[in-house]
Design a protein around this ligand. Structure first.
Ligand code: NOJ
Length: 728
């Protein structure tokens, strides 16, 4: 039930005094501002910093009579009482703070909007309404890291009304969970809700209360989200994509991200002053940030808060909870599972995507892959380079790609029929080379074709530099957009809708980042948006030992990733002579449990699995759909111990990975059901294993265990362990 929050209420006449007679100091005192900023003026109103243009900076117009005003901060706490959000207006500027266990984690952080035309919602805003609510409900995922998700939060909806113009207001709706907070803005910029507006700046700040250590990838760079994570002082992160992971000086772990990115542009974080990050919205080719109407709702801005690094992994449900429920209805046709594909060979330069003597996607090779998949329990076979358009410079010639015509040496119909006969499915591939209009013109036919072929999943691709996404405007002129722009957010929604109508799931590469939309569109199953395995074939540099123990606490907080683990030939020759896959073989197996994806690839050439059949058994067994998932131990960039329970049986699986540092981990098995003896099938590094000198040194062994046992796990340098706990 909603509750009205109180606090001193003042009249408009009193408000005028506060706003215009030395307003800053008076209002801070009157409002009992929860904290001031110690070492910068970041927490002080922009007006006082001389940053405000318009009425407040110049002449003081008569403020409008907006009725009663709440002058004290209003607050809401998480269900466990540990996290408290406070909201108030300070000299006409809305602010919020966040505390955990009485300690500030986010200091005074501003909120507001600027627009291309007409008045802004930035100054002259007073708190006029505050409602609280509570919610506790569980819901079921069609597939996922866990079947049942609990949505338990307290809510505060605080309305700020403009004293500068009629009909200007926004409600900031905070949802406070034990694992963090989400807030979004429900904005009214004038009475005519349909009037077009263009947002030029969202002023939302995330003002970290103390310094700390951060892990991030840079925003605005050509390679989109595909970077090795930087790690350093918070103050060094100039522009960062989200999820942005931080360990504050006081030990609290935070991850700033967003949820339900719909019809808006993606947010990155721009550090304006030390520790003051402002929401930076990706722009359109013509400069505006978001094109919307005067009454609009933003995505949720989220801040996960945890006591330790695994707590971040265990707290990601808040992103799903802030998304709308499934709109697709029956999605029982979605098939999570492991797949193989004609893929790595192109990255190794052994095959080509385009036609010619080394063409990868031949009928014969695809039949071999189908046979292999059928014999080893894979659900699908991905085939890249099957369609006309790859010859020549496919990176830059996206407009000639044909999404319905196979190369002559690829018998799409015959292979689909053969796959069906063998109980597997082809996985489709749409590489658009980021030529969006060309793709959208063919999309309907392309998905209809795949539906006829019995294909249930398509990997899409948007290869091109950031800012080079080709859109043709109404006049046919080329416009170049960003991969994380509002235009591309809309494009991905259109793809989800068309694909769903044809019962196809999407695995997007070079995607927009994940913000939990898989709850609403369960066919958005997985995506890239990470520096994946392919960089180990040709990237400069290849992914180092700490890469995967870092992405577990950063990129993976956003949602599933098609990282494509499972390379068994770890010592193939790269053109630069370096070791490409910088892990032991055991670590490759552990990645199946650590890096969640409902469509999980066994990425190597199928013939390479013959060399280590006893290790390959783990990939044959490991599921891609889980009843429950728990991160048990770890530290960002160093190591992770993750366990998951199979959705289709009572078995549990464990994956543990480490960076360059060898570790001896002791893992209590208390996640197993009491009173049951499980057979632990263990795949681990041998004592002499090392990613560089001895990556194939492994042990496969079996042991009986119960929940009372503690498993000792020796991990080599960049090593790992994978365990299946078979229930009787
Ligand atoms: C980049 C993708 O990440 C990769 O998986 C794919 O093979 C190529 N593009 C070609 O589409």
């Amino acid at each position: 039930m909603a509750t009205q929050l109180g606090g001193p209420i003042i009249s408009t006449a009193q408000l005028k005094n506060l706003l215009f007679a030395g307003f800053c100091v008076s209002l801070l005192a009157a409002c009992g501002s929860p904290q001031s900023s110690e070492n910068s003026d970041a927490g002080t109103p922009r007006a006082a910093r001389g940053e405000v243009s318009g009425p407040l900076a110049n002449a003081a117009p008569e403020p409008l009579d907006v009725g009663p005003v709440i002058t004290d901060p209003v607050s809401v706490a998480s269900p466990d009482g540990r996290t408290v959000v406070r909201v108030w207006s300070e000299a006409g500027e809305p602010h919020y703070t966040v505390e955990r266990d009485g300690v500030s984690v986010l200091a005074n952080s501003q909120m507001g909007f600027r627009f291309a035309e007409g008045p802004n919602l930035e100054a002259g805003l007073v708190l006029t309404d505050a409602l609280t609510n509570s919610h506790d409900e569980s819901w079921e995922q069609p597939w996922g890291e866990r079947r049942i998700v609990r949505d338990h939060h307290n809510e505060l909806a605080a309305t700020f009304t403009s004293t500068e113009f009629e009909g200007g207001q926004f409600t900031v709706r905070f949802r406070v969970f034990d694992a963090g907070i989400g807030f979004r803005f429900e904005v009214e910029r004038g009475a005519d809700g349909e009037a077009p507006v263009e947002i030029t700046d969202e002023l939302t700040e995330f003002h970290l209360a103390s310094t700390g250590e951060a892990w991030w990838t840079p925003a605005h760079e050509f390679n989109r989200y595909e970077y090795i994570y930087s790690n350093g002082a918070v103050e060094d992160a100039a522009n960062a994509h989200t999820p942005f992971t931080v360990r504050l000086e006081g030990g609290q772990y935070l991850a700033i991200h967003e949820a339900a990115l719909v019809d808006y542009s993606a947010m990155s974080l721009d550090q304006r002053r030390d520790r003051v990050f402002e929401a930076e919205l990706r722009s359109w080719s013509d400069g505006g940030k978001v094109r919307t109407t005067a009454h609009f709702t933003t995505p949720w801005r989220t801040i996960q808060i945890a006591d330790d690094a695994p707590g971040l992994i265990n707290g990601t449900d808040i992103t799903l909870n802030l998304n709308e429920p499934n709109v697709l209805g029956d999605v029982s046709w979605l098939e999570p599972g492991n797949y193989v594909g004609i893929w790595w060979g192109m990255h190794l330069n052994e095959y080509t995507w385009g036609s010619g003597p080394n063409h990868g996607a031949t009928t014969e090779r695809t039949r071999d892959y189908i046979d292999f998949a059928a014999e080893n329990g894979f659900v699908g076979v991905l085939v890249e380079g099957w369609n006309i358009g790859w010859d020549g410079d496919w990176f830059n010639n996206g407009e000639i790609i044909d999404f319905t015509t196979p190369y002559p040496d690829f018998d799409l119909e015959g292979l689909s029929a053969y796959a069906e006969e063998r109980g597997v499915r082809l996985i489709g591939h749409h590489e658009t080379s980021a030529a969006i209009t060309n793709y959208e013109n063919q999309m309907e036919d392309a998905f209809a074709l795949y539906e006829r072929m019995g294909i249930r999943a398509v990997k899409t691709g948007y290869v091109d530099d950031a800012g080079e996404v080709l859109r043709r405007d109404e006049a046919g002129h080329a416009r170049y957009e960003w991969h994380d722009s509002q235009f591309m957010v809309g494009h991905h929604a259109r793809v989800a809708e068309v694909a769903a109508r044809h019962r196809v799931a999407i695995n997007a590469h070079e995607p927009i980042k994940d913000t939990g939309l898989r709850r609403t569109y369960p066919n958005l199953m997985t995506r890239e948006g990470v520096r994946g395995q392919e960089f180990n074939a040709w990237g400069d540099p290849p992914n180092g030992p700490s890469h995967t123990p870092t992405i577990a606490y950063t990129r993976m907080l956003a949602g599933p990733a098609d990282f494509t683990p499972g390379i068994f030939d770890l010592t193939f020759e790269r053109s630069d002579g370096r070791r490409g896959v910088q892990t032991t073989l055991s670590k490759q197996l552990a990645l199946y449990v650590v890096l969640y994806s409902p469509l999980q690839m066994a990425a190597d050439l199928i013939e390479n699995y013959d060399d280590h059949p006893e290790m390959f058994q783990f990939i044959r067994d490991v599921p891609a759909d889980w009843e429950e998932s728990i991160a048990l131990q770890g530290e960002v960039g160093e190591y992770v111990v993750q366990v998951r329970q199979d959705r289709a049986s009572a078995d549990w699986y464990l994956g543990a990975i480490t960076d360059e540092t060898p570790r001896g981990l002791s893992v209590p098995l208390d996640f197993l059901e009491d009173g049951i003896t499980y057979t632990a099938q263990i795949y681990r590094d041998r004592a002499d294993a090392h990613w560089l000198t001895n990556p194939y040194a492994y042990v496969v062994e079996e042991r009986e265990v119960t929940s009372a046992d503690v498993m000792e796990l020796p991990l080599a340098a960049s090593g790992g362990a994978a365990i299946r706990f078979v229930a009787p």
